[in-house]
Design a protein around this ligand. Sequence first.
Ligand SMILES: Cc1cc2nc3c(=O)[nH]c(=O)nc-3n(C[C@H](O)[C@H](O)[C@H](O)COP(=O)(O)OP(=O)(O)OC[C@H]3O[C@@H](n4cnc5c(N)ncnc54)[C@H](O)[C@@H]3O)c2cc1C
Length: 327
Amino acid sequence: MNSFSYVRAADVASALREGGAAGSRYLGAGTNLLDLMKGGVENAERLVDITRLPLAAIAELPDGGLRLGACASNSDAANHPLVRTRYPLLSQALLAGASPQLRNMATVGGNLLQRTRCGYFYDTAFSACNKRHPGSGCAALEGFNRMHAILGASDQCIAVHPSDMAVALAALEAVVRVRGAKGERAIALRDFHRLPGDTPQRDTNLVPGELITAVDLPAQRFAKSYYLKVRDRASYAFALVSVAAALQMDGNRIREARIALGGVAHKPWRATQAEALLAGSALDPASLRRAAAAAVEGAKPYRYNAFKVELAQRAIVRALETAGAVT
Ligand SMILES: Cc1cc2nc3c(=O)[nH]c(=O)nc-3n(C[C@H](O)[C@H](O)[C@H](O)COP(=O)(O)OP(=O)(O)OC[C@H]3O[C@@H](n4cnc5c(N)ncnc54)[C@H](O)[C@@H]3O)c2cc1C
């Protein structure tokens, strides 16, 4: 681990000042960043601790939405009465992640920015990783790529985004609020994370020094929802495939559907084609299977992860059926 300096930010203005300096990184709970620094994957020169900033509140918005402060813990977000009652999809996704101890520490902002769990990214013994060293290659392409992407990857990187929370936020059409040297801006979650293309070293569209201050959830329109996570162990494992499904029904017909997938792409993957097919259709097996097939259209599996193409479709059908049964 490289040596680094540490400063605890007293307020947002000083956090921005310190965080904007070259070599600085914001420190949430450190459950991802410090592991990466210990492994020599990240080499921050200065850590700006933001955990004492007044950014941990969870509060209703005037339009009926909900604001999650960036420093709220994953446990506090998952267990907040308004999250549990209005956004059970988000609560389920958060509780499907990590372990209770990690969730008690991990922050909303840090969760969004956690880095991929691709083994070739984490293990510096592998010299080829375009995410770690742009231009060095991608060991996963010909390696053990069972956990890797089937959608939206490039010949530069086939890593997947690991967050469960972000998948639910994509389905809920959340907005990320950030502050930086040029002021405040709001980024729709669908535009927050990036596909790898030829710049896989960039996970998001944040500019250096920008601080996430909150995540806003729009007023809830989907009475029925479900988060399904398929993984190798029942807990404490990242998703092979996950599905955040939300439905607004009109009698027995689907008026509107939202589907986001985790474990399949470099970012939470909105299945908009599947959503369009479901609008106005019945919640029957044939319609669900047709939508699921549309969701994986264009999928490109690699040597060890072809199973994900079928798994994703079955998971979509199961998640929609389970959401549909919510009373
Ligand atoms: C063993 C283990 C199992 C796990 N399993 C899962 C799982 O199944 N599902 C899942 O979703 N997650 C899982 N996680 C990941 C865990 O959820 C993340 O480590 C955690 O959410 C990161 O939050 P943090 O506050 O510790 O972030 P940190 O490690 O402090 O920061 C992560 C990154 O975010 C940046 N950052 C933090 N806050 C801000 C901010 N407000 N503005 C700008 N930048 C910021 C940091 O600079 C850093 O780059 C697991 C982690 C471990 C260690």
